[in-house]
Design a protein around this ligand. Structure first.
Ligand code: AMP
Length: 140
């Protein structure tokens, strides 16, 4: 997968625009989010361009996951001392994805009411057994 000329994260990876890099491995780079939700909010990004999680290649996914864990350890052992983390990847505009280059958010959590706050609005159209049937009906 080639890097895309109009992609901001590809430009960061190519060194064309600056970022606040924390660490990297063969497949991925980790840098601080420019508009952090909490102190230490970091993005882990594959060096090759993939639009989202589900289209990303396995090697890059492993590289991202491994680097994200290292980032979390680094933050945990630093003087930032968060009490937990939210790990998140948005896929598609409707799900909140703004940058169309797959990235994994590592968001330190300090207090219950700050940082990333998860809310649900249940809207169920099908029974769980119906969904199971849909998803497994082509299974060999
Ligand atoms: P998402 O909404 O999941 O696509 O998240 C995109 C994230 O990228 C947001 O949290 C932005 O603040 C962040 N972001 C956008 N441009 C930059 C940049 N140049 N450097 C660092 N973070 C960025």
């Amino acid at each position: 997968m080639k890097n895309k000329s109009n992609c901001i994260f590809c430009k960061i990876i190519a060194g064309e625009i600056p970022c606040k890099k924390i660490m990297e491995n063969k497949y991925a780079i980790a840098f601080l989010d420019i508009n952090p939700i909490s102190d230490g909010h970091t993005l882990v990004v594959p060096k090759k361009h993939y639009e989202n999680y589900s289209s990303c290649n396995d090697n890059e996914l492993k590289g991202v996951a491994s680097l994200a864990r290292q980032v979390a350890k680094l933050i945990k052992n630093s003087s930032l001392k968060p009490n937990g983390f939210n790990y998140l990847s948005n896929e598609g505009t409707i799900a909140g994805q703004e940058v169309m280059h797959y990235h994994f958010h590592v968001i330190p959590k300090y207090t219950k009411d700050d940082g990333f706050i998860l809310t649900y609005k249940n809207k169920i159209n099908k029974k769980v057994d119906e969904v199971l049937k849909i998803l497994t009906s082509n299974k060999k």
